[in-house]
Write a protein that binds this ligand. Structure first.
Ligand code: BEZ
Length: 211
């Protein structure tokens, strides 16, 4: 199934290290980061699962739940969880789906046959509380993800959902932002009383409004 930004994230029921997951119920009114791994007992995935566990306070602060997926059976997942704790110094603190029947992988198009016809690639989906898909990134199996970047995008999405701004290249929380071009200067004056730096009529830079 091809999924695009703005689509409703497909619902599913699947086994996980935290028991059976009914996805939409589990997500409830949180944001979700759903990400897939090529295989259990692989080195890069082991480091990623440790890092996402370490970042739990950052996800919690942003009302985000993490969920991993690998196409191996639940018994393997439970054994792998022990290795993650031993080697990464942190216990897995979010569900890892056991997608051995490929139900979720197929729903979310996480198997790319010309890369590998059985293993999932490293997909990342950010899903908002309305269950809309807001980001899709696909990484190759050999490249571990940068979860600071995922948090950065969540910061941008949560900010730009609440204010008429967009975030420029390499933006980080607290940096200056851009007033959306669709907002006229007259309307912008009401929303941004401290003004902005107009580099071009379409490039108006202002302080981050919620800081
Ligand atoms: C890994 O997670 O280490 C990995 C998985 C598949 C291919 C290459 C590396």
């Amino acid at each position: 199934m091809t999924l695009r930004l703005g689509d409703i994230a497909p619902d599913f029921q699947q086994d996980s290290t935290a028991g059976t997951i009914h996805f939409h119920d589990w997500a409830s009114d949180s944001w979700v980061v759903l990400f897939s791994h090529p295989k259990d007992f692989t080195p890069v995935c082991t480091t990623e699962l440790g890092e996402v566990s370490r970042l739990k306070p950052e996800f919690d602060k942003r009302n985000v739940k993490a969920m991993g997926l690998s196409v191996d059976p639940i018994e393997d997942h439970h054994r792998w969880v022990g290795d993650i704790e031993e080697t990464q110094g942190v216990g897995l603190n979010f569900p890892l789906l056991a997608d051995s029947d490929r139900k979720v992988s197929n729903l979310y198009d996480m198997i790319h046959p010309n890369a590998n016809d059985t293993l999932t690639v490293r997909s990342v989906f950010i899903i908002d509380p309305n269950k809309k898909i807001r980001l899709i990134i696909t990484y190759p199996a050999s490249t571990g993800r940068n979860f600071d970047e995922i948090l950065r995008v969540i910061d941008s999405l949560q900010l730009t959902d609440g204010y008429k701004v967009a975030t420029p290249v390499n933006w980080k929380d607290g940096d200056d932002v851009i007033i959306v071009p669709s907002l006229s200067n007259d309307d912008a004056k009401k929303i941004f009383p401290n003004g902005w730096d107009e580099k071009k009529p379409y490039l108006r830079v202002t302080k981050q409004p919620n800081k």
